[in-house]
Design a binder for this molecule. Sequence first.
Ligand code: COA
Ligand code: MG
Length: 291
Amino acid sequence: MTIRPRRSVLFVPGSNARALEKARGLMADCLIFDLEDAVTPEAKDGARAAVEEALEAGGYEGREIIVRINAAGSQWFADDLAMAARAAPHAILAPKVRGAEDIQLLADRMAGADTGPVALWAMMETPQAVLNARAIAQAARQTPLSVLVMGTNDLALETGARAGENRAFFIPWLMTCVAAAKAQGLEIIDGVYNDFSDAEGFAAECRQGRMMGMSGKSLIHPAQIAAANAAFSPSREEIARAERIIAAFDDPANAGKGVTGVDGRMVERLHLEMARRTLALAAAIGAREKG
Ligand code: COA
Ligand code: MG
């Protein structure tokens, strides 16, 4: 089972030289070099060149590298895609996706631009994307789509909805996208938390995202990395329990049993699968943090 930790997914504005430099020393699992919303129209060309130069110079090893390009309908799209083809990040993140046909179009354009084996990630940040979440995720069957990223700021902007207490009004949209992602075996990353000076509120939202089934959280500031890494890592107790579940099913006394008891709770074979995932994720995190 190969699992890639995606607990902390930091947006790095392509137009901010200091941030591009700073990111070399930041231990986020994933770095999204942004050419889209974080960059003003006047700064687009400079940001694209700066990101290409930074990726060529390197120094971001051990992290998953993603480039967020401008939308397919924009004047910057072709140049962004050509740059991504040269820079060969792990993934391209597409903004403002509205339906499955957008994913197919991007996949075709990626093939046309010779991006090679680059994954496609999609921002879920329009009301259309939420309503079409199932079809968007299903496009993964014939495209390199592998991760959905919630864009809660744009969703708020486009719908006029506010998240509300504990994000009450966004939960149906978030969980719809989780279900759509998981139905196709995709991963999903939670939206950003804008108030980067509120550590407590951020930690609470990370816990909430994890309970929703998110793999990690998208971040705007370096101060959020350590807390996201902690929140989305299996805890010591979770690891120990996963080991006990595996041991229980390995016990010859339980051979052939579909269900048994561990720590006074029922565990089924499906919990065995979850336990294996927990240990694989913990191992991947351990390997990552060693170097
Ligand atoms: N990536 C890398 N480095 C970052 C960073 C980021 N997203 N955000 C801040 N930094 C760096 C700063 O450059 C600064 O570096 P220094 O200490 O070497 O000078 C340090 O972290 C501390 O930053 P701070 O002064 O607290 O914040 P700021 O006022 O410089 O920036 C924001 C605040 C919100 C403008 C900035 O964090 C940012 O641009 N975040 C990303 C926004 C984004 O990408 N939005 C689109 C997707 S939602
Ligand atoms: Mg956006």
